[in-house]
Write a protein that binds this ligand. Structure first.
Ligand SMILES: [Ca+2]
Length: 227
C-alpha cells in the first residue's frame, strides 16, 4: 500500500511542521528595571476592609512588537505578614485608571521568600504600544503593608502614586510619586518577560485550520494517486 504509506508520512510531516512552528517562540525580557539597591520602597496594597488606604504604584514600559506575556516579577519587601495575603495581582493598563486608561490584562501570583511578587500572565497577547504596569497584595489591614522598591535611572515618566480612597492625604487622583514622597523622581523595580508572538506562533484556532487544510490537501493527493 505505497500511497497509504505516503499519506501517513505526509500527515507526520504536517504534524512535525506544526510542532516546529509552535516551538519557534523565543523568550524575551520586555522590560527590566531591577532595584538599584538604594531607592526606597513604597506601599502597594489593597485592603478590602479599609479601602481608604488601598494604594497602587504605576510605572510605564513600551513595546514595538507583540508578545505573549509570561511573567511579571515585582521587587519588594515586607513590613507586614505575608500569610495574610488573599491575592497577589499584576495588571497592565493603557494609561493611568483616572486618566482614561483601560485594563489590558491581569495575572495572579504569589509572594516569594524574598518578598518579591511572582505573577503569571499565562501567555496573554499584548500588542505593540505604551503601557503602565501595576502590582499589589490583597490582605486585611491588620496584616500590615507590603512595599514595592523604587529604582533609578528613570525611564520617563517617573512612577505614579494612586490612592483613590485618599487615606494618605495625597488627594484621590494619581500623581507623580516624587510630588508625594519628595526627593528625586524614580521608577518602580520590575521585570516583565514574554515570548515572541505573531508570525511564528499561530493562535490555536489558526493552527487547527492550518492543520485541517493541510490534512485535506494530503487526503486529496492520496485519493488522486489511488485512482
Ligand atoms: Ca517610568
Amino acid at each position: 500500500m505505497p500511497s497509504l504509506r505516503r499519506g501517513v508520512l505526509a500527515v507526520a510531516f504536517v504534524a512535525a511542521l506544526l510542532g516546529l512552528l509552535a516551538s519557534n517562540a523565543v523568550a524575551v525580557v520586555i522590560a527590566d528595571q531591577p532595584w538599584d539597591g538604594t531607592s526606597q520602597a513604597v506601599v502597594a496594597q489593597v485592603f478590602p476592609d479599609n479601602p481608604t488606604f488601598s494604594t497602587y504604584q504605576f510605572d510605564n514600559f513600551a513595546t514595538g512588537v507583540p508578545y505573549d506575556i509570561t511573567t511579571l516579577t515585582i521587587y519588594g519587601d515586607e513590613l507586614g505578614d505575608p500569610t495574610g495575603n488573599v491575592a497577589v495581582t499584576g495588571e497592565i493598563w493603557t494609561n493611568l485608571p483616572d486618566k482614561g486608561g483601560t485594563l489590558v490584562m491581569s495575572g495572579t501570583g504569589t509572594e516569594d521568600a524574598s518578598h518579591n511578587l511572582d505573577i503569571s500572565f499565562a501567555d496573554q497577547l499584548l500588542g505593540p504600544g505604551s503601557y503602565f504596569v501595576t502590582a499589589y497584595v490583597t490582605r486585611p489591614i491588620s496584616s500590615g503593608q507590603w512595599f514595592w522598591y523604587q529604582t533609578t535611572p528613570v525611564n520617563a515618566p517617573e512612577e505614579y502614586f494612586y490612592n483613590p480612597g485618599g487615606g494618605f492625604g495625597a488627594g484621590t487622583s494619581s500623581i507623580p510619586a516624587s510630588e508625594f514622597f519628595g526627593g528625586s523622581p524614580a521608577d518602580m523595580a520590575f521585570t516583565l518577560d514574554g515570548d515572541t508572538a505573531g508570525a511564528f506562533v499561530p493562535e490555536p484556532a489558526t493552527m487547527t485550520l492550518l492543520g485541517l487544510g493541510l490534512t485535506g490537501l494530503v487526503a486529496k493527493v492520496a485519493r488522486r494517486r489511488n485512482r
